[in-house]
Write a protein that binds this ligand. Structure first.
Ligand code: 3PG
Length: 216
């Protein structure tokens, strides 16, 4: 895909669903009920990370069994993982940082890449390739809302999905920024709730975040 298509596809994904739960699967049995709990609350786009050994098979399972969801891959660190998540059916790819290898692969990729950045220099690294959409990571650590406001000066036309430290009580402030297209994080599926298979809590938390979006 061209970089223009990359940008358009990411814009379409985040326009439909600005909340991006970041999920690390610890038990195979959690995959479908967790996704269903989020969907029940109105959250239908997910980032499944490769931080656990089950990440890859979770992407494949969700693509097969829950075709109406939009399933992205996260924590993709290198070219080998990039190819593997494509093979598993990932509909978008998120990386915590950017390397020449990943940015080059994103240019040829059939699905959009959202490269991670934390500094102006890293934005420029992606910018040189043509990227205009980035994950800001770890958002709260590297300046959060103030950093995003500051980036809007030199980087007109660039938009971000901040991730890392975002919570239910801060998501509206992030999304109020013109250069924020979505927010990612774990607050809708906290680890303790997943470990307890407490799917009701996950549905409730995701519904509460969706309600905040609608109240804006
Ligand atoms: C991550 O990639 O680790 C995500 O940013 C999740 O961070 P959070 O737990 O602070 O939401």
């Amino acid at each position: 895909m061209s970089l223009l298509e990359n940008t358009q596809r990411l814009d379409a994904i985040f326009a439909k669903a600005p909340l991006l739960p970041v999920i690390s699967i610890q038990r195979e049995a959690d995959i479908l009920p967790l996704a269903d709990a989020l969907a029940e609350g109105g959250v239908t786009t997910l980032e499944i990370t490769l931080r656990t050994a089950l990440g890859m098979s979770a992407i494949a399972l969700l693509r097969r069994e829950r075709p109406t969801l939009c399933v992205g891959a996260g924590t993709v660190l290198d070219g080998r993982q990039f190819q593997s998540v494509l093979d598993a059916g990932a509909q978008f790819i998120v990386t915590p940082g950017c390397t020449d290898e990943l940015l080059t692969l994103g240019l040829e990729s059939p699905v959009p890449l959202l490269p991670g950045i934390a500094t102006a220099s890293e934005i420029l690294m992606g910018y040189r390739f043509g990227y205009r959409r980035f994950k800001l990571f770890p958002a709260e650590v590297c300046g959060g809302i103030q950093a995003l406001r500051a980036f809007s000066g030199p980087f007109a036309g660039v938009r971000f999905c901040p991730t890392g430290g975002i919570r239910q009580d801060s998501l509206v402030d992030y999304l109020a920024l013109d250069n924020v297209m979505g927010v990612g994080g774990t607050w809708m599926a906290p680890r303790a709730a997943v470990e307890a298979a407490d799917w009701q809590t996950i549905s409730r938390l995701s519904a509460a975040s969706v309600a905040l979006l609608q109240e804006r």
